[in-house]
Design a protein around this ligand. Structure first.
Ligand code: AHM
Ligand code: MG
Length: 349
C-alpha cells in the first residue's frame, strides 16, 4: 500500500484559513476564489481531452451529445462567465475574449468585486500539446452606489486584492496570492482536488534564464537589441552577475511562447520574461489588465519585479480594458537592470 501524501491541504481550506486572517471578512472573496478554482477544474478537464474534441469537432462541429463544439478559448470563457459571480459577489467582469466589460445581473452593481481574466492564454499552443493557462485578477469595487463604471474597472495592479493563474500542463496547477505569499496547488484528478504542493513560493533574486521571442529582433530598437545581447553574453554594466548562477557569463534562453508556462518556470527556477515593443506594436502585445498586472502582483508577492521599462507594472492605471503594455517580469535584479537600461535609452523602447 502506498504512503498517504504528506500534505493534504486543499485549496478550499487554504483560502478559508486566509479568511480567518481578516476577522471582518464577509466571505465573498473566499466564495469568489472557490468559484475560480471550480471553473479551472472544468477547463482542465476539457483541455486534457483537447485532441479528442478536435477529432469530434472535425466531423461536423457537433459532439456526440449533439452540442456545438466550441473553440477551447471560447469554451473557457463561457465556463468563467457561468461559474463566477453567481452569488452576486461580482459587479464587473472583463475578459480577453470579450470586447466589452460585462455587468452580471445577479449582482446588479451590489457585488463588491471586479474580476478580469484571460480564460485560456496561449491557446494556439493547444493543437501541439503545449501547456496553456488561465490568468485572473480581482479588484474591490470602488463606487459605493450601484452606478458602477470605469472608475471600478480601470484600477492599477497595486490595488489588486488577489490574483493568480492556472497552468494546464503535465499536471494542472493553481497558483495564487491574496497578499500573504504565493502558493501553488496541484490538481489530483483522482479526487478532483487541488492540493498544496508549493507553499510560499519565492523567485530567485537573480537568474540565468531569459525568455523572449528573438525572431522579433529586427523589429526592436537598437537599445533593446543591446539589452538582449547583454543578457546573452553577460552584462557590460557593473551591477553585474558575478555571483549569479551564470558566474558572470551570459544567460541561457528558454521560450515556450505560452506566457503562463514561461512565467511559471521562471517563478520557480528564476528567470526574466521580456515582451518588448516592436516597430509594429509600440505597446507590445500583452494586455495590462488580464495578463501583465495579475502576473506582476504574483511576482512581487514572490519577491520579484515587473516593469514596462519605465515603472512598475503595478503602478499603471489602465486607460481601457484591453490596453497593451511592454512587459519585463521575473527575478528582481534582472528586471531592475532591464528597466534601468530601457529607461536610460535616448528613445523609448
Ligand atoms: P494570446 O493571449 O492571444 O494567447 O497571446 C498571448 C501569448 C502569450 O501566451 C505568449 O507569451 C505570447 O502570446 C507569444 O507571442 P509571440 O508568438 O509573439 O512570441
Ligand atoms: Mg492572452
Amino acid at each position: 500500500m502506498s504512503q498517504p501524501p504528506k500534505n493534504l491541504q486543499t485549496i478550499e481550506s487554504h483560502i478559508m484559513n486566509l479568511q480567518s486572517l481578516h476577522p471582518n471578512a464577509s466571505g465573498e472573496l473566499t466564495g469568489l476564489l472557490n468559484d475560480i478554482t471550480f471553473a479551472s477544474k472544468v477547463i482542465s478537464r476539457e483541455v486534457n481531452k483537447a485532441g479528442l474534441v478536435d477529432i469530434l469537432g472535425a466531423t461536423g462541429d457537433e459532439n456526440v451529445q449533439g452540442e456545438q463544439v466550441q473553440k477551447l478559448d471560447d469554451y473557457a470563457n463561457a465556463v468563467f462567465m457561468r461559474c463566477l459571480g453567481t452569488k452576486g459577489q461580482v459587479s464587473i467582469m472583463g475578459s480577453e475574449e470579450m470586447a466589452d466589460p460585462y455587468y452580471p445581473d445577479t449582482s446588479n452593481g451590489s457585488g463588491n468585486y471586479v474580476v478580469v481574466f484571460d480564460p485560456l492564454d496561449g491557446s494556439s499552443n493547444i493543437d501541439v500539446n503545449v501547456s496553456v493557462g488561465t490568468i485572473f485578477g480581482i479588484w474591490k469595487k470602488k463606487s459605493r452606489l450601484a452606478n458602477i463604471g470605469d472608475v471600478d474597472l480601470l484600477q492599477p495592479g497595486r490595488d489588486l486584492v488577489a490574483a493568480g493563474y492556472v497552468i494546464y500542463g503535465s499536471s494542472t496547477m493553481f497558483v495564487y496570492s491574496a497578499g500573504h505569499g504565493v502558493h501553488g496547488f496541484t490538481l489530483d484528478p483522482s479526487i478532483g482536488e487541488f492540493l498544496l504542493s508549493h507553499e510560499d513560493i519565492k523567485i530567485p533574486f537573480r537568474s540565468c534564464i531569459y525568455s523572449v521571442n528573438e525572431a522579433y529582433e529586427p523589429k526592436w530598437s537598437p537599445e533593446m537589441r543591446d539589452v538582449v545581447r547583454q543578457l546573452k553574453y553577460g552584462r557590460a554594466t557593473k551591477t553585474t552577475r558575478q555571483d549569479a548562477p551564470g558566474k558572470g557569463a551570459g544567460m541561457t534562453a528558454r521560450y515556450i511562447g505560452s506566457l503562463v508556462s514561461d512565467f511559471h518556470r521562471n517563478l520557480l527556477k528564476g528567470g526574466v520574461y521580456l515582451y518588448p515593443p516592436t516597430m509594429e506594436k509600440a505597446e507590445g502585445k500583452l494586455r495590462l489588465m488580464c495578463e501583465a498586472a495579475p502576473l506582476a502582483y504574483i511576482v512581487e508577492n514572490a519577491g520579484g519585479y515587473a516593469s514596462d521599462g519605465q515603472q512598475s507594472i503595478l503602478e499603471i492605471t489602465p486607460r481601457k480594458l484591453h490596453q497593451r503594455v511592454p512587459l519585463y517580469i521575473g527575478s528582481r535584479d534582472d528586471v531592475l537592470w532591464i528597466e534601468k537600461m530601457v529607461s536610460q535609452a535616448a528613445d523609448p523602447i
